[in-house]
Design a protein around this ligand. Structure first.
Ligand SMILES: [Zn+2]
Length: 320
């Protein structure tokens, strides 16, 4: 049995099933995870579990950002997984570089990542299943470059996949990872359908741009369903269609990239709520109530959707 790390211990690769590859349960940027958030996470995931969701990949690493604290919280992830019945895979890596990481060498960052994958996170025996890194712009800052190189080196040693926050800068991110030895077939770039990262390219030029990297092995996470303020469904599906038609269906992942926080009045606010009413519907069941139907309406077959949600994640997590 090939096994991978979940927050409740190793699971078989075959148990991944329908997998959302880019989600956040603990990105609420509060220093303390509140009961109301916890209950929301459990209830929305329970509903999605009944509808067919098996696993989700929690890609919130440490978060240190002006005005934001929180991020990865292993006991919360364990409780949510236990109570919802959904497998949760957690990550090592960095969102915004912490003050300590700025002073570290590539080797030191690599050691931290490897330790969190092979031994455990924060003194627990919960091991990371994936490395998450973030680039902010079209070029990587000095410290981001170090983190990307460390991710590649940690991948070489552990065989786990890498996922990046990549609204902008696919070219630099891809080249930094692959020149440091990362396996592009196990590197997925998220948010690439967000129009403000296209550097002025039209949708067909953006498709050509993505295809160029797909040919070199890169995988992409399409996570803007119901977020048409970032890209229209029409354009998002056009990008996926172009990849599929060119023979790269195995490079496509679908996810929701859910984020929420509790406002001072106790109300749950989801990312995008204030600018797009559709965002208010975006919870984990949204994949089944809206996401899959939208994909079907756009002409993607059941077989293809199964590939995006089941086969591709399995392939991506297969240790190499
Ligand atoms: Zn995200």
């Amino acid at each position: 049995m090939v096994s991978i790390n979940s927050v409740l211990g190793p699971i078989s690769l075959d148990d991944l099933g329908v997998t959302l590859i880019h989600e956040h349960i603990v990105a609420s940027y509060n220093s303390n995870y509140k009961a109301i958030e916890l209950n929301y996470a459990i209830s929305t995931l329970k509903k999605a579990r009944i509808m067919g969701l098996n696993s989700l990949v929690e890609v919130t690493p440490r978060i240190v950002h002006v005005g934001r604290k929180g991020g990865r919280n292993i006991p919360v992830l364990q409780e949510v997984s236990r109570k919802s019945g959904v497998n949760i895979l957690c990550c090592t890596g960095y969102y915004d570089p912490t003050p300590e990481v700025k002073k570290m060498t590539v080797e030191e960052i690599t050691e931290i990542m490897v330790r969190e994958i092979e031994e455990g996170i924060n003194g627990t025996d919960v091991r990371a299943a994936i490395i998450k890194v973030k680039g902010n712009d079209f070029v990587l800052s000095k410290v981001e470059k170090k983190i990307f190189e460390a991710a590649a080196k940690a991948q070489i040693r552990t065989g786990v996949p890498i996922q990046t926050h990549c609204i902008k800068g696919l070219k630099t991110q891809f080249e930094t990872l692959t020149s440091a030895g990362a396996n592009p077939n196990h590197c997925a770039f998220a948010h690439v359908s967000t129009t403000w990262g296209w550097e002025g390219r039209s949708v067909s030029q953006q498709a050509d741009f993505l295809l160029d990297f797909a040919r070199r092995g890169a995988c992409f996470v399409f996570d803007n369903l119901g977020w048409e303020q970032y890209v229209s469904h029409e354009d998002q599906f056009y990008l996926i269609r172009r990849l599929v038609d060119a023979g790269f269906a195995d490079k496509v992942f679908i996810s929701l990239d859910l984020n929420w926080r509790v406002k001072d009045n106790g109300v749950i606010e989801r990312e995008g709520d204030s600018v797009n009413p559709e965002s208010r519907k975006r919870d984990f069941p949204y994949l089944f109530t809206h996401g899959i139907p939208l994909l079907e309406e756009a002409g993607f077959s059941e077989k293809l959707i199964h590939k995006f949600l089941v086969e591709n994640p399995k392939e991506y997590f297969t240790p190499f």
